[in-house]
Design a protein around this ligand. Structure first.
Ligand code: TLP
Length: 354
């Protein structure tokens, strides 16, 4: 996208920093399929250390990381409990079914957050008519619920109760560092009891490519084979890992700025005619708001914003999403808010005239 656009479509759109590009240019590399890429090995060791897990696997995307995790924990024909708007269900081209052969048991969670008392009744034992539940997936932060964060005691209870029944828990922690900033708890504490956790280097942390899957040695060794099967054996991937290491070490400490910018935008949006959002629900870097009172589609709303230099996507017929990230400053947010106000006023006037 040309420079003059303020891009709030996702935190995936960030550009690698000058420091990342320099590290990529000078990265020590080897063939990672042979386990010989020193930069990838360093990134995997460092991620495992930060998360307090035995091992880590560098994967090209969060989608691949989640898919490998689900495959590791399940067998064909089994059930996976997940939230009804979760990324593993809605945004990963049904890899849970297509590759893992599993059925999603989708549960609506208030603000995207599941609780043990809603999970327990849908668990299915192995029985003549039942495919057993073999995994619980938690998404933290929850993207489509607006970047919401799991309280620690909720994760702890879900993991404890699931484990008592022999069911593992996978955490889709694509934005777990945002959850860490919001709760003040280290990522190792948040994911402490999860059997596997995936996080993305290429979202708020700002790396150009890559995600990590973490868990026990044996599972990650097997995960390496699934990564290869899925075409994710990336050879001299150290050029990517070098940027990932910088993202991992340096970016978490600036994420609070993205959260402050999201709260600023939410406060402004809540005062605009025809836009519905409760600013108190914005906990991290994602805002979701309803434009139904304007009487236009989210596609049209996006086009109106785009023609004024702001990029934002619809995530449903009446829901829009804004995501703050490291390439969006407070000044950008102020400009974007002015543009949103102009479009909202114009169409709410038109809606009230009809
Ligand atoms: N999310 C993307 C889109 O796919 C919707 C975005 O713009 O937010 N888990 C969660 C919670 C995610 O939000 C995403 C990406 C992924 C997994 C997958 O990561 P990638 O895009 O690397 O496959």
């Amino acid at each position: 996208m040309p420079d003059h656009f303020i891009d709030l479509r996702s935190d995936t759109v960030t550009q690698p920093s000058v420091k990342m590009r320099a590290a990529m240019a000078h990265a020590e590399v080897g063939d990672d399929v042979y386990g010989e890429d020193p930069s990838v090995n360093r990134l995997e060791e460092r991620a495992a250390e930060i998360f307090g897990k035995q091992a880590a696997l560098f994967v090209p995307t969060g989608t691949m990381g989640n898919c490998i995790a689900i495959k590791l924990h399940t067998r064909h024909g089994e059930e996976v409990v997940c939230e009804a708007r979760s990324h593993v269900l809605d945004w990963e081209l049904s890899m849970m079914a297509w590759f893992c052969g599993c059925l999603a048991r989708a549960l609506p969670g208030a603000d995207g957050i599941l609780a043990w008392n809603s999970i327990e009744p849908v668990l299915r034992p192995k029985a003549p008519h039942n495919a057993p539940t073999s995994l619980v997936c938690l998404e933290n932060t929850h993207n489509m619920a607006g970047g919401t964060v799991y309280p620690l005691h909720v994760i702890d209870e879900i993991c404890r109760e699931a484990h008592e029944r022999g069911i593992p828990v996978h955490m889709d922690g694509a934005r777990i560092f945002n959850a860490s900033v919001a709760t003040g708890a280290p990522v190792a504490r948040i994911a402490r009891d999860a059997d596997s956790v995936m996080f993305c280097l290429s979202k708020g942390l700002g790396a150009p490519v890559g995600s990590m899957l973490l868990g026990p040695h044996d599972a990650i060794a097997e995960g390496r084979l699934y990564r290869k099967r899925l075409g994710g054996g990336m050879r001299q991937a150290g050029v990517l890992a070098a940027a990932g290491l910088i993202a991992l070490e340096e970016s978490p400490e600036r994420l609070h700025l993205d959260h402050e910018n999201a709260r600023f935008l939410a406060a402004r949006l809540s005062e605009m005619p025809g836009l519905q959002i409760d600013p108190a629900t914005v906990q991290t870097n994602i805002l979701i708001f309803d434009i139904s009172p304007l009487g236009i589609s989210t596609q049209q709303f996006s086009l109106e914003l785009k023609s004024r230099g702001v990029l934002a996507n619809g995530v449903g017929p009446t829901l829009m999403r804004l995501v703050t990230h490291l390439d969006v400053t407070r000044a950008h947010c102020e400009r974007a808010a002015d543009v949103l106000a102009e479009v909202a006023s114009r169409f709410s006037l038109r809606a009230s005239a009809v």
